[in-house]
Design a protein around this ligand. Structure first.
Ligand code: RIB
Length: 317
């Protein structure tokens, strides 16, 4: 069970999106019109999802992001506030649309996502500087790549000056990011393909994954946590590799499961300081989220998470 010693303060410098989720039986072929059985709209975006996961579990969360001046912007701000997330540094960009993500979920629970950054593209280094007072008081700063890269690089640099630990989820992957930008990063959380792109090395076997992660650690990144989907995750430090076993559930919708993993890891790590234990808890939290439809709305509260863990087989709990 959760070994919560304190309430962590988590800041997210990242994106928010409106998820337009269509549940499909198959993707239409080019030129084809196909009826899909269901549609849902919800709040998403990798940054916002990670913030909401941590907040639902009880962390004190601040969000640094930008919304559009359309009908979605106010709703996104209200959604953050509903979960007790501090929105002092959530700004509205006049004349810009909010970020949106058309998402297609197949019957297997697998998803395909398009993102339109909208106002997220206007989150700039100056916005990070404006939020300095909040950011330097955080226990952890979380970032992803749905905002400009210059903002991510700047946040990594400033956080190192302030002595605040950082987590980067390098998604969606981009060849423009290089390790030199991330030398002072505390935790990098890539999947296998993001790790391959960033390291320039293959990641097709366990040994290759370890070697690729170690090459990044040799260049200054503290710890690499590789997410492996249904195969769990792997915690890799300079001298140790620790597998994090998956928690097996029947998937309904995998959208946002990676964000549930990272946001909940941030919560558990900020509370306990124990990386391996926090990752085991995060694997359970992410597994619970894939049993429900949607992104943020599939994330459990602290109480729901405790009951889920109580229902797991002893080896998984
Ligand atoms: O990781 C899932 C998220 O990716 C979705 O919520 C969507 O908005 C995209 O950002």
């Amino acid at each position: 069970m959760e070994d919560q010693k304190r309430i962590g303060r988590i800041a997210v410098v990242g994106s928010n999106m409106v998820d337009l989720i269509t549940y499909i039986t198959r993707m239409p072929a080019p030129g084809e019109t196909l009826e899909a059985p269901d549609f849902e709209i919800g709040c998403g975006g990798k940054g916002a999802n990670q913030a909401v996961a941590a907040a639902k579990l009880g962390s004190q969360v601040s969000m640094v992001t930008k919304v559009g001046s359309d009908l979605f912007g106010d709703n996104t701000i209200a959604n953050f506030q509903q979960f007790g997330i501090d929105t002092t540094h959530v700004a509205k960009v006049e004349g810009k649309s909010s970020g949106v993500a058309p998402i297609f979920v197949e019957e297997s629970g697998e998803n395909s996502i398009l993102i339109v950054k909208g106002a997220n593209a206007d989150l700039l280094p100056a916005d990070v500087d404006a939020a300095e007072e909040t950011l330097r008081q955080a226990d952890l700063i979380l970032m992803q790549l749905e905002v400009p890269l210059e903002t991510v690089r700047h946040t990594v640099r400033r956080a190192a000056e302030w002595g605040v630990p950082t987590i980067l989820n390098p998604a969606p992957a981009t060849p423009e990011l290089n390790v030199g930008d991330l030398r002072s990063l505390s935790f990098l959380v890539p999947n296998e393909s993001e790790l391959a792109l960033l390291s320039g090395m293959p990641t097709d076997s366990e040994d290759e994954i370890n070697a690729a992660a170690r090459s990044l650690i040799a260049q200054g990144i503290g710890t690499v946590i590789v997410t492996l989907g249904g195969r769990g995750a792997r915690l890799i430090t300079a001298d140790q590799v620790t597998p994090i076993e998956p928690v097996r559930v029947t998937p309904v919708d995998t959208t946002g499961a990676g964000d549930a993993f990272i946001g909940s890891f941030a919560h558990f790590f900020a509370a306990s300081g124990n990386t391996e234990e926090a990752l085991k808890q995060a694997a359970r939290y992410a597994a619970q989220s894939v049993g429900k439809r949607g992104t943020q709305k599939s994330y459990a509260s602290a109480e729901e998470f405790v009951s889920f863990c109580e229902g797991l087989a002893p080896s998984a709990s």
